[in-house]
Ligand binder design. Structure first.
Ligand code: NDP
Ligand code: 8X3
Length: 256
């Protein structure tokens, strides 16, 4: 038996905590005794989470695309929460599934601003404190879309490929410190992700998960919790996860 970390020693900052993986991560760590800092844009969701979790939960209304606001949020953390030793850079989205020549470029820009710039700002804001304290864990939300191309994945997949390489390069920079970095790369998980991607078209959303059992937000939260409570000498670099009912296709070939 290995000795897992005591979750009560953890203060966990989560971006995108108002839904899906982020909310489940907050609940999982909180249930185990950790303090959580839940952030996101929807204030009503944050208030409900605070109401549910109570004293060991601090909430911040935060749009990760606003760089100054991200840095300010970390700088102004109240005393009881100002030493986060886990940061889950989770805020992100996919918008649309159109082929590249038909996609809305503002959707592309929003994915880049959130999934790339948002993750970069979050990491850059939280990392100096972790390095100074010589203790921390950055968890980034990548995706199988960053590993495998698929039609309509264009910019979304590219943002997640960035996240993967960013995580690996962070590991290179942080060698010698006690700061861990993990890129979690899920496949199909049923959250609000597809509602956002399909811009509220429930019929299209329903078809995505029809006839299969997708992963849940709790499945992903459990994996993150596990990787963050492993003994400090261990680092999970990348973790790719899929539901059993999802796998790969052969290369597509267009014949005349
Ligand atoms: P959800 O749509 O359920 O949750 C996304 C969260 O991101 C929400 O809390 C949303 O909060 C937040 N968010 C979006 N834009 C911003 C922003 N500009 N600033 C701050 N927060 C923001 O999706 P998931 O939980 O499924 O997705 C979480 C992460 O996991 C994403 O990075 C996604 O790409 C990734 N992922 C998801 C998979 C899936 O199949 N579900 C698979 C692989 C990866 P709010 O709107 O309140 O700001
Ligand atoms: C979400 C998984 O397969 O919809 O990142 O791109 S997928």
């Amino acid at each position: 038996m290995i000795q897992m970390l005591n979750p009560e020693t953890l203060t966990v900052l989560v971006t995108g905590a108002t839904a899906g993986f982020g909310a489940a991560v907050c609940r999982r760590f909180h249930q185990a005794g950790a303090k959580v800092i839940a952030t996101g844009r929807r204030q009503d969701r944050l208030a409900a989470l605070k109401n549910e979790l109570g004293e060991r939960c601090h909430t911040i209304e935060l749009d990760v695309t606003k760089r100054e606001a991200v840095f300010e949020a970390i700088e102004l953390l109240p005393e009881a929460f100002n030493r986060p030793n886990v940061c889950v850079a989770n805020a992100g989205l996919a918008l649309g599934l159109e082929p590249a020549h038909e996609a809305d470029i503002t959707d592309w820009e929003q994915m880049i601003a959130t999934n790339i710039n948002g993750a970069v700002s979050t990491v850059r804001a939280v990392l100096p404190g972790m390095v100074a304290r010589d203790e921390g864990h950055l968890v980034l939300l990548g995706s199988v879309a960053g590993d495998y191309p698929y039609p309509g994945g264009n910019v979304y997949g590219a943002t997640k490929a960035f996240v993967k390489q960013f995580a690996l390069n962070l590991r290179a920079d942080l060698l010698g410190s006690n700061v861990r970095v993990t890129n979690i790369e899920p496949g199909m998980a049923e959250t609000e992700f597809s509602v956002v991607r399909m811009k509220g078209d429930q019929e299209r959303v329903g078809k995505i998960y029809e006839g299969l059992t997708p992963m849940t937000a709790e499945d992903i939260a459990e994996t993150i919790f596990w990787s963050c409570t492993l003994p400090r000498h261990l680092n999970i670099n990348r973790m790719q996860m899929m539901p059993i009912m999802q796998a790969f296709s052969p290369f597509a070939v267009k014949r005349r």
